[in-house]
Design a protein around this ligand. Structure first.
Ligand SMILES: N[C@@H](CCSC[C@H]1O[C@@H](n2cnc3c(=O)[nH]cnc32)[C@H](O)[C@@H]1O)C(=O)O
Ligand SMILES: [Zn+2]
Length: 429
């Protein structure tokens, strides 16, 4: 396979500095092997006039919810899930999930995302789509036990563990898995106590929704007499490899607990604003040393999968939450979307440096909205959008060149998603 050189661009380094350099990739290893002037390789990717950045990381989403984009807006979490989303999801089929996932993967490739975490249904379909797309992912089946009898509930958790065990390391190691109990309120205590130790025994991280809104926190405090994260720790959760989605409503002791444990948080600012869940204390989490990543959440609560939007939203709502315009600055937002996200998902990505996974994106800088160029880190967060991405590379493979997706047929994927989405809504009607 040889080497690929990303030539003549400006390169964003892990410390936030930017210089002119070529980036050479060892395609067999899927790693960056050199950064410097005048590098040559077997193939070249033109980055002239562009900015080479680490591929963005979307650390919490439900990719196939692209099929439900725009079906139910302007409602709070519980009503949105119970009245709209769950009744529709009951009619999902493997082929619908496959179509919705491929649509989401095309959208992510086209906006410079190279790694993501997905929690959803029919996960073997997601594995197949990820394999074909060339992306990197941490995948899990979302297990829910509420409203199910004990046998069905136990089966949900067994299915989640079986999926995670079977597919960890798939797609030449680009796919890793996790045990994903949906949340602290939708999975019963006995099931957490029974199955989390099994995940530990299989060396699997655990990913779940936690402390998303007030209506979710209150019943836990009522039932268990402690804050949700103290309860979670009691149930064996919050290891250093684990990661929580949302973590909006946190008591001081819970922030300390996350920092002590090294448990990651995936901040989903657009979803939290759209469902009026609240404002996560992101600057306080960063100050406490909690690993923080960014996620779009599903496309039905965002309504896109563009991590550039998440960086901007994180910086903006982070300032409101802290009542401080210097909170969640541009450099912090970029770190959360790149190295921070990769660390939370357990990938050696998110940094343009020798030895790191060759996961990167090249942005065009000649658009009016990116002119003039006083500060490119500022532009990444406050002015750029996914459509500015020219090339996307993951694991040393070019997934998009000059805005043409190479690994999936974008037009066919879109057509199939439209027909699967229409059929899904028909079945549910
Ligand atoms: N096996 C489960 C499915 C869980 S997949 C993950 C679930 O999370 C849902 N989801 C999407 N966004 C959010 C959110 O913000 N909070 C909580 N759940 C969400 C999504 O619709 C999906 O139903 C079942 O039997 O229903
Ligand atoms: Zn979610």
């Amino acid at each position: 396979m040889g080497t690929l050189v990303v030539k003549d661009g400006r390169v964003l380094r892990p410390d936030g500095s930017i210089d002119r350099a070529d980036v050479r990739i060892d395609r067999t290893a899927g790693r960056i092997d050199a950064i410097g002037a005048d590098l040559f390789g077997d193939d070249h990717l033109d980055a002239s006039g562009g900015l080479v950045v680490p591929g963005l990381v979307n650390a919490h989403t439900h990719v196939a919810m692209t099929l439900l984009r725009g079906v139910a807006d302007d409602k709070p979490l519980q009503a949105w899930l119970e009245e709209d989303i769950w009744p529709l999801e009951a009619h999902l089929t493997p082929s619908a999930v496959r179509a919705g996932t491929e649509l989401g993967l095309v959208e992510m490739i086209r906006s410079g995302t190279t790694a993501f975490a997905d929690m959803y249904f029919h996960m073997p379909e997601v594995v197949a789509a990820v394999e074909k797309s060339g992306l990197r992912a941490r995948l899990g089946y979302g297990s829910i036990t509420v409203g199910k009898d004990a046998d069905a509930a136990r089966q949900e958790c067994r299915d989640g563990l079986a999926f995670a065990r079977e597919y960890d390391g798939a797609a030449d190691g680009r796919i890793r898995t996790a045990f994903m109990p949906h949340s602290l309120t939708t999975v019963g205590e006995q099931f957490l106590r029974e199955f989390v130790p099994e995940a530990r025994a299989a060396d699997l991280p655990v990913h779940l929704h936690a402390n998303e809104n007030r209506e979710e926190v209150a019943p836990i405090v009522e039932e268990h007499g402690q804050r949700p994260l103290a309860y979670a720790a009691d149930c064996g959760l919050l290891d250093a490899d684990d990661f929580l989605a949302h973590a909006v409503h946190l008591a001081d002791g819970e922030i300390d607990l996350l920092a002590e444990r090294g448990t990651g948080v995936v901040h989903c600012p657009a979803s939290n604003m759209k469902l009026a869940s609240g404002m996560a204390p992101v600057q306080r989490l960063l100050d406490a040393g909690v690993p923080v990543a960014l996620g779009t959440d599903g496309a039905a609560s965002n309504n896109d999968l563009d991590v550039f939007g998440e960086m901007r939203d994180a910086a903006l709502v982070g300032k409101l939450a802290a009542d401080d315009a210097s909170a969640v600055d541009a450099q912090s937002a970029v770190e959360m979307a790149t190295a921070g996200g990769a660390d939370v998902l357990g990938f050696e990505s998110g940094r343009i440096e020798a030895g790191a996974n060759a996961d990167l994106a090249v942005l065009d800088l000649d658009a009016p909205h990116l002119t003039p160029q006083h500060d490119l880190v500022s532009h990444l967060v406050y002015a750029a959008r996914g459509s500015d991405v020219r090339h996307t590379v993951c694991d040393g493979q070019v997934l998009m060149a000059d805005r043409e997706v190479q690994t999936l047929d974008a037009d066919a994927v879109r057509e199939r998603a439209i027909s699967e989405a229409t059929a899904l809504l028909d079945r549910a009607a």
